[in-house]
Design a protein around this ligand. Structure first.
Ligand SMILES: Nc1ncnc2c1ncn2[C@@H]1O[C@H](COP(=O)(O)OP(=O)(O)OP(=O)(O)O)[C@@H](O)[C@H]1O
Length: 321
């Protein structure tokens, strides 16, 4: 294991922020800490980095008890949402910084920095200053700088959080590819479930300072531990006292076994997908179908239909909570 967090508790004043948190991060993995705002993600990342001390519990990095080590001695690299670059230094010198203070030979520094700039696709920007880069380019520079000193672990706190949606999407794909090339154990914080699902091999869901579930994106999406995780990971709707994914509901104008009568209240076309809103048992629910399917059924508000969870659909009974 690259990182082993055991029974970590952390309070700020009298407010517990991490409660009995234990997490294993496999060497070479790309792990997302995912959860709602205030759930403790950043605090956990800072505890791993050594920027916060846990009240109780331990952090091991590459088998070494790092709980009391300073951040500098943990061999971790980090990148934050608002990365503070050295404004008066070129991109090249920003990336070279950690190597220069380690007094590495000039040739070696030059070679390594140029390799890294190529890796993050900034080789043509080496002589620019941070103010001459876009937000996305600055975050890529920050990653190159964090990687320069060959950390055992890379910690990213909402690295793309401050960027617009389009750039965020591009950088997600880019981060995944970068990780496939470099394989450095990486933990990143996000509150965006799509980002976690798309980028990570493992998702740790954190809410109210507790680890709620750990698994692959498919695991957490398909087998959520509880209704909270199910709601957080993707769209849900409620039929017959159960929480179901809207694409896991069958809708028909003819009777189907186990179907519940419902009335179409609205049909919303969202490109390829169509969202059919229905009233079922006095409650609003919705069903996600393809455009082609919706056209075939020709659904209109007021139509009588039947709905049921598709055979094999994942559902969680709400009464059990
Ligand atoms: N230095 C601090 N002093 C006091 N309270 C803090 C401190 N840092 C964090 N907190 C509190 O701890 C809780 C968890 O914060 P944390 O930043 O870890 O959550 P998060 O899941 O990363 O949320 P976000 O996505 O909003 O950053 C919050 O209620 C926050 O206000």
């Amino acid at each position: 294991m690259a990182i082993e967090v055991r029974d970590v508790n952390k309070s700020f004043g009298t407010t517990p922020v991490l409660r009995e948190v234990s997490v294993d991060v496999a060497s070479g993995s790309l792990t997302a800490l995912l959860g709602p705002s205030g759930g403790g993600k950043s605090t956990l990342l800072r505890v791993i980095a050594g920027l916060e001390q846990p009240d109780t519990g331990t952090v091991r990095i590459s088998g070494v008890d790092a709980t009391r080590l300073s951040p500098q001695r943990r061999n971790v690299g980090f990148v934050f949402q608002h990365y503070a670059a050295f404004k008066h230094l070129s991109v090249f010198r920003n990336v070279a910084f950690g190597l220069e203070i380690r007094k590495r030979p000039k040739d070696e520094i030059r070679k390594r920095v140029m390799e890294l700039l190529e890796l993050v696709h900034l080789e043509k920007m080496a002589d620019r200053y941070p103010s001459q880069l876009s937000g996305g380019q600055r975050q890529r520079m920050a990653l190159a700088r964090a990687l320069a000193v060959e950390p055992e672990v890379l910690l990213l706190d909402e690295p793309f959080g401050a960027l617009d949606a389009q750039v965020r999407k591009e950088l997600r794909t880019w981060l995944r590819r970068l990780h496939d090339e470099v394989h450095v154990t990486t933990v990143f914080v996000t509150h965006d479930q799509e980002e976690a699902i798309e980028v990570a091999d493992t998702i740790v869901v954190l809410a109210n300072g507790e680890v709620v579930q750990v698994g692959s994106p498919a695991d957490v999406y398909d087998n959520p531990a509880n209704p909270f995780v199910m709601r957080f990971l993707g769209p849900v709707t409620e039929i017959g006292g159960s929480l179901v994914r809207p694409h896991d509901i069958e809708i028909s104008v003819d009777p189907i076994e186990g179907g519940t009568p419902a009335t179409v209240s609205r049909v919303v076309r969202l490109g390829f997908e169509v969202r059919v809103e229905v009233e079922v048992g006095g409650q609003e629910a919705w069903v996600q179908v393809t455009r082609e399917f919706a056209d075939r059924l020709g659904l209109e508000p007021g139509d009588a239909v039947v709905v049921r969870p598709a055979p094999g659909a994942r559902s969680l009974a709400l009464s059990a909570v």
